[in-house]
Design a protein around this ligand. Structure first.
Ligand code: GZL
Length: 313
């Protein structure tokens, strides 16, 4: 069949247009816990910045500290037929029904930051986060060395029912068990919030007064709130009361340099690149690690000053 000049140029245009149309941007739904701490903000910033860098259409939902908001967001992502879902679960339980819906819709789910308890491990593809047990163990080991294994401890717990609160509490208690001189005399939740840490520390100081020798805070934001309460009570944080914390956010490491926090165990929030690399592998049908832990280190007076200038969060 002889092609007219017009038809030839039409075919050339169509093939050129097809070649230049960019593939549709990857659509990923991210259900974040909320904005309760500096760590959380750094985690959200990492996810958003990396998505922008990679041209990913990120549907970001701030759960505002409520599981029902996160579940609602997941349902919305499923309705929008996103390519993948990322969930930072506020608490460990209550996820199976909505994750079953994602599975039925054929949408892969990545659990980040905090783990979940589920009756069906096939409901999510993998977990990317930190090892909270290891963080609690590192905090206990450092404290035992610092104090020679004696001291009366008050514990500021994270969000009730959350994996970091449960696991940091359990591992720390196990870590100090071999030092009978180290005693947890009280333990209350400040919900990972600075204001919560201050309020709880004020109450504990009223209740226990000068018998408090150590604070073990599940995150830096609560430790920083506790520092305010300790100073308002006329005591010197880091000297009159030893403070051990977790996260190593910038302000936490600065407090170590200032001698107000004695030790903070890092919990790296910069997941963006690893999460999106994992999504790409999943969508390409490649195998991914079932559990992938970020590397965390510890900061105290010996290394915080040198580390501060290059801290990324
Ligand atoms: C830990 C993360 C915790 C941080 C807190 O991975 O889930 O939640 O330790 C944050 O600062 O609020």
């Amino acid at each position: 069949m002889k092609l007219t000049p017009w038809f030839k140029s039409f075919l050339a245009f169509v093939s050129l247009a097809a070649a230049t149309v960019a593939p549709a941007a990857l659509k990923i739904g991210f259900a974040q816990t909320g904005a309760e701490s500096a760590w959380r903000t750094a985690n959200s910033d990492s996810m958003k910045a990396e998505a922008a860098k990679r041209g990913i259409d990120l549907k970001f939902s701030d759960g505002q500290g409520k599981q029902e908001n996160q579940i609602r967001a997941l349902r919305s992502f499923i309705a929008q037929k996103v390519d993948a879902v990322v969930l930072a679960p506020l608490v460990e339980t209550g996820w199976d029904p909505v994750l079953r819906d994602a599975k039925r819709a054929g949408i892969p789910v990545i659990i980040t930051d905090r783990s979940i308890v589920t009756t069906d491990e096939t409901l999510y593809a993998c977990f990317i986060g930190s090892d909270f047990f290891e963080e609690g163990r590192m905090a206990a080991e450092w404290l035992a060395k610092k104090t020679g294994g004696t001291g009366r401890i008050v514990e500021l717990q994270g969000t009730p029912g959350s994996a970091p609160a449960n696991e940091r509490r359990k591992a720390f208690a196990e870590g100090i068990a071999s030092h009978p001189g180290l005693k947890i005399i009280d333990s209350q939740s400040g919900d990972f919030r600075r204001a919560g840490g201050k309020e709880v520390m004020e109450a504990l100081l009223k209740k226990h007064g000068k018998s408090i020798e150590i604070v073990y805070a599940h995150n830096d934001d609560m430790a920083l709130g506790a520092i305010q309460a300790i100073e308002e009570a006329g005591l010197k944080p880091g000297t009159d009361i030893v403070i051990v914390s977790i996260d190593a956010v910038r302000e936490g490491v600065q407090a170590v340099v200032a001698g107000k926090i004695n030790c903070t165990v890092e919990c790296n929030p910069l997941f963006g690149p690893k999460v999106y690399d994992t999504v790409a592998k999943l969508l390409a049908g490649q195998k991914v690690e079932r559990k992938s832990f970020n590397k965390d280190e510890l900061f105290d007076a010996t290394n915080a000053g040198a580390a501060l200038p290059t801290r990324q969060y």
